[in-house]
Design a protein around this ligand. Sequence first.
Ligand SMILES: C[S@@+](CC[C@H](N)C(=O)[O-])C[C@H]1O[C@@H](n2cnc3c(N)ncnc32)[C@H](O)[C@@H]1O
Length: 235
Amino acid sequence: MKAAFLAALLALGLAVHAEPLDEHYEFRAVHDADGIGKFYLGREIARVMGPGGIPWLERPERETEEQPQLVIDAFEIEPGQTIADLGAGSGYYSFRIAPLVGPAGKVLAIDIEPAMLEVIAQRARREHIANVTTVRCSARDPNLAPQSVDLLFMVDVYHELEYPFEVMTKVRAALRPGGRVALIEYRAEDPAVPIKPVHKMSERQVRREMQAAGFRHVKTVRTLPLQHLILFERS
Ligand SMILES: C[S@@+](CC[C@H](N)C(=O)[O-])C[C@H]1O[C@@H](n2cnc3c(N)ncnc32)[C@H](O)[C@@H]1O
């Protein structure tokens, strides 16, 4: 009886150790209602925006509020490049970038949410846009081949990643030599930016987290109305 009990405990112990360990994260019972109670380097991770957010992503005012052309100019895209739009949503940025990479280049529109990818695939078919490809990813893996991407960007996405360390480690491996990563986030330093706190990030926090994943800061673009664009390369 005693031996059977010990064997059961041992089996339980082994099962517990077989679970992936979230050594990078901390879980708190008391947390922001817009967050998931999971913290990375002191920051609470935000809840994911679902397909119900598409009308907000496609709102016409976004053009003046966000000035996407300033963001795209800062990417310095060249024809023929492979650009990854991680957390592409409804493709707001993917379709603006497609003409810049041209027929020899491609835009990988990546998302965790199949309904978002379906919206992108339908628009690509409808508008006969051949260089935007949808890619379904998982919470831990952006599903990119090693050394395959010239620029990976995330607009208003990084703060939602449930496993930022794991995802950015894979992103690092997916960059071609000289490849860059651009994170665009609402500025937490500015109380006038009308966005919920867990959906904003300070430049300091972004840089801290990217350094932990093996990236070096290249530059920060501070001329956007509400966001900052923070550019990195492999360190
Ligand atoms: C606020 S929306 C931004 C969409 C788009 N970047 C834009 O600016 O229009 C956030 C997007 O990130 C996606 N997302 C959240 N977590 C993700 C993850 N781990 N991997 C890929 N996409 C993710 C969501 O499904 C959603 O489409």
